[in-house]
Design a protein around this ligand. Sequence first.
Ligand SMILES: NC(=O)c1ccc[n+]([C@@H]2O[C@H](COP(=O)([O-])OP(=O)(O)OC[C@H]3O[C@@H](n4cnc5c(N)ncnc54)[C@H](OP(=O)(O)O)[C@@H]3O)[C@@H](O)[C@H]2O)c1
Length: 272
Amino acid sequence: MSTGVHTVAVIGAGKIGELMLSGLLRSGWPADRLLATARRPARAEELATRYGVRVVDNPTAVDEADVLAVSVKPQDAAALLDEIGPKVPTGKLVISLCAGLPSSFFSRRLPEGTPVVRVMTNTPALVDQAMTAISAGAHATGEHLALAEEMFKPLGATIRVPESQQDAVTALSGSGPAYFYLLVEAMTDAGILLGLPRQVAHDLIVQTAIGSAVMLRDSGEHPVKLREAVTSPAGTTISAVRELENHGVRAALLAALEAARDRARELAAQAE
Ligand SMILES: NC(=O)c1ccc[n+]([C@@H]2O[C@H](COP(=O)([O-])OP(=O)(O)OC[C@H]3O[C@@H](n4cnc5c(N)ncnc54)[C@H](OP(=O)(O)O)[C@@H]3O)[C@@H](O)[C@H]2O)c1
């Protein structure tokens, strides 16, 4: 690939595509090096107004961009690739943000030799706290992975994983924010049950979640150690922990993540 700032086209700029566009702009990526495509004219208008980027049709994006970041739903990917696949000049980097779809799904529909990188990011990209896992697909070199990292690093943390781990990543960190939101929602309800006003319960648990997350990240301690520090003998926390174990919360999480991983596989099968 050529050096210098690459032109990136976000193909199918919905929720995740928009996160990527806004993150790249926040990181200083020049707006004139960003393109977006959308299916509905109203959406195209919205993106152009909000971000000052050019919203073009898919063939124009393929012609003009060096990097094509595909962020359509998995079930729309085959139709999109039927449209643009044969027109992608060899050497352009295709980055897939689609859950479940293996890079081979793209390679089979792109000219031989097209480098493909598979990426799984998550919605905290909106506040530059994403977790993005990056994998090399066919023909992707270290340079292509480094370029993908350059694009996603400003949105949070990045990690390289073998592509065989991407469905697990999807289940864990791709969907992960939803599990934490569900927990916060349930704990807020619990606070209300115990007589706290909703807003107070919400503020208490949100700050507790932030504090716990920063401790997990910055203390270097194992989560068990951190939990033990809050769990005194015959104290209040252990009574709560016993209830969590009685209700199978740990087993529920294991099963939930397996279900998410299986759904990623199913989406890939349905997309074929
Ligand atoms: N949401 C998440 O938390 C998350 C996390 C990680 C990964 N992902 C992955 O990110 C991808 C996008 O998810 P999303 O939640 O952002 O979905 P989304 O909001 O529906 O965005 C997809 C966008 O692509 C547009 N589109 C579909 N076909 C098109 C085509 N042929 N040409 C141009 N635009 C087209 C859609 O248009 P319409 O508006 O007309 O439908 C929509 O705006 C999915 O593959 C998902 O697996 C999502």
